[in-house]
Design a protein around this ligand. Structure first.
Ligand code: PGA
Length: 256
């Protein structure tokens, strides 16, 4: 059985005071034992602050991006070893905002994926189709292409440690959530694709849904057999909403 995981992607939100208040509220609720893995991904500049706030609280720390390079003349970039020094355990890669707004392509995302896998930090690799692609019936082709680009560059034995996030671009920040059935169809196809590389990894790899997940939509999404939790943007900035989503994921783990 796969353990559910919920990741909060704060994007470019927060400040010292708001981060402290949010993390304090999150840490006030404990989930029993091993029910769900929870992490928050603040803007990079706040990673040291949030690392201290989270200490001993059972919530892990993630980054929203990382360089594929170890060090050197890459102005503005941050390496994986720098992130690891502050206790970062996960890094989001290939988010559709980075692909669309900052021109990251499949090849660059694959280079980052390779570097993250080698570093011991866990990647959360994001993939998803645009509305035009969905309307043209290309959803499964586009998501398979994006996932294949990363599967092709790593040793498949280690894939079970990676986390995949299916995030339809049209659902991100729009209030439009994929239906549980739409999401399950894609998640199942992605797991089959991973199985064509390594059946054992496919059974273990966690595939998250992202795109306007709310406290109301989470339970039905997480009840789908191939949905193992969520990557949450807007709702991760409100402790009550994020905790309700984490609770839905913990219940889904418990109900197997
Ligand atoms: P959203 O963002 O929950 O605000 O739609 C999800 C994401 O971009 O990861």
């Amino acid at each position: 059985m796969r353990k559910s995981i919920v990741a909060g992607n704060w994007k470019m939100h927060g400040n010292l005071a708001a981060n402290a208040a949010l993390v304090t509220d999150l840490l006030n609720t404990r989930f029993p034992g091993d029910a769900v893995d929870i992490l928050v991904c603040p803007p990079a500049v706040y990673i040291p602050q949030v690392a201290v706030l989270l200490q001993g609280g059972g919530i892990a720390l993630g980054a929203q991006n990382a360089s594929a390079f170890e060090k050197g003349a890459y102005t503005g970039d941050i390496s994986l070893s720098m992130l690891a020094e502050f206790g970062v355990q996960y890094v989001i890669l290939g988010h559709s905002e980075r692909r669309a707004l900052f021109g990251e392509d499949d090849a660059q995302v694959a280079e980052k994926f390779k570097a993250v896998m080698a570093s011991g930090v866990k990647p959360i690799i994001c993939i998803g189709e645009t509305l035009d692609e969905r309307n043209a019936g290309q959803t499964l082709d586009v998501t398979a292409r994006q996932l294949k680009a990363v599967l092709d560059v790593v040793d498949t034995d280690s894939l079970s440690e990676a986390i995949v996030a299916y995030e339809p671009v049209w659902a991100i920040g729009t209030g439009l959530t994929a239906t549980p059935e739409q999401a399950q169809e894609v998640h199942h196809a992605l797991r089959e694709l991973i199985a064509s590389y390594d059946a054992d990894a496919a059974a273990k790899v966690r595939i998250l849904y992202g795109g306007s997940v709310t406290a109301d939509s989470a339970a039905q999404l997480f009840a789908q057999p191939d949905i193992d939790g969520g990557l949450v943007g807007g709702a991760s900035l409100k402790a009550k909403d994020f905790l309700a989503i984490c609770s839905a994921a913990a219940d889904a783990s418990a109900n197997g």
